[in-house]
Design a protein around this ligand. Structure first.
Ligand code: PLP
Length: 373
């Protein structure tokens, strides 16, 4: 048998040949939207901390208090003895925020999706998902054993056609989409999707990982979200009916067989949720930056703080990110398999930590460097 390292070197070589090899660099968060990378200070447009809450003094101090009170770790799964009292407080707040009967916190957004989807659907069921949904949704679908079909991105006609042709062949049916798409920043047509699901006797699940504290009016049956992005902490959740949550507690394997979160993460998320509700202007500020950026560069008007500039080839996207880094900005080049082939891109994220002048400076550099061809 060949040696493990020899086999893996071959695999790495093929990734490198496609310009898709990834490495880790240490990035230290500094004040505001600044970071330090390789000894250089850069203005970051790459963080999912949309509302600037991960380093908010109130959030940090809530994390510290939680650790002092409940310890550094949870010491067990929640069904055993890891369910310290802060969990109930956070879940009540999440349910209020989401206008659902209740909510359940899981280890991460990833664990929420790979746990909840197979808990709800199985063999003999049908799942329809948008073409651009996140990798962990696809993973959850695979684990469920349900028949999976994908509809073209935000294409309601295509989704309707697939449902008309296939719905009757399966027992239960679930449609899954994202509220705001992680790599494109656009919104799903939730009202249309809800109506479509109702017509075809189908459940709707939304992934709100990139929701930023702006209200949603459409009710999905299963609302998934994360504590790790706009809430500045770590963890994931599902919000919905009491029966849905009771069922997930009893059948989502990623919930049952994984330890509870560190108390600091739950304490931080709870405080962040308070700040989001007290200060809606944070979400508005992030969105206003993104809108101005797209307007001044002649891009389609931003619908969220996420703005992609599609470059195409992997190496060109990496070059563009490198140019911006030399000019003092940290912007991530996103490549396949995170995004579809030939759509490598720069993904700009605007946050409440950015100031108007930061965005002005970024726009100027993008124009000077001819990043948009
Ligand atoms: C980030 C992300 C997740 C995973 O959330 P984590 O809490 O980071 O594990 C799930 N879905 C989408 C759309 C995401 O962008």
């Amino acid at each position: 048998m060949p040696e493990l390292d020899a086999i893996l070197s071959q695999k790495i070589l093929s990734v490198k040949n496609q310009q898709r090899f990834r490495t880790l660099s240490a990035v230290k968060r500094c004040e505001g939207a600044y970071v330090e990378k390789d000894g250089r200070r850069l203005l970051a447009f790459s963080s999912n901390d949309y509302l600037g809450l991960a380093n908010h003094p109130r959030v940090i101090s809530a994390a510290m208090e939680a650790a002092k009170h409940y310890g550094a770790g949870s010491s067990a799964s929640r069904l055993v003895s890891g369910n310290y009292p802060l969990y109930a407080e956070l879940e009540t707040s999440l349910a209020t925020y989401k206008h659902t009967e209740t909510a359940l916190v899981l280890g991460s957004g990833y664990l929420a999706n790979i746990g909840a989807i197979p808990a709800i659907t199985g063999q003999g069921d049908l799942i329809l998902a948008d073409k651009l949904v996140h990798a962990c949704i696809l993973e959850g679908i695979k684990l469920s054993g349900a028949k999976a079909l994908r509809f073209a991105h935000n294409d309601m006609e295509h989704a309707a056609t697939l449902l008309t042709a296939n719905r009757h062949l399966y027992q239960n049916c679930l449609v899954i989409t994202e509220t705001i798409f992680s790599m494109d920043g656009d919104k799903a047509p939730l009202a249309e999707l809800r109506a479509l699901c109702d017509r075809h006797d189908t459940w709707l699940m939304t992934d709100d990982a990139h929701g930023i504290g702006l209200p949603q009016t459409v009710k999905a049956d299963i609302q998934m979200g994360t504590l790790s992005k706009a809430l500045g902490s770590y963890g994931g959740y599902i919000a919905g009916s009491q029966i849905l949550i009771d069922h997930i507690i009893n059948s989502a394997r990623s919930f049952m067989f994984s330890s509870g979160l560190p108390p600091a993460a739950v304490g931080a998320a709870l405080e962040a949720l308070r700040i989001i509700q007290d200060e809606p202007e944070r979400a508005e500020k992030a969105l206003a930056h993104a809108r101005r950026f797209t307007q001044e560069l002649g891009l389609p008007l931003a619908e969220s703080p996420i703005v992609p500039i599609i470059i195409g080839a992997e190496d060109k996207a990496l070059d563009a990110a490198q140019k911006l880094e030399e000019a003092g900005f940290l912007v991530t080049a996103i490549r396949p398999p995170t995004v579809p082939e030939n759509t490598s891109r720069l993904r700009f994220v605007f946050t409440a930590s950015h100031e108007k002048g930061d965005v002005t400076h970024l726009i100027k550099i993008i124009k000077n460097e001819n990043i948009i061809s």
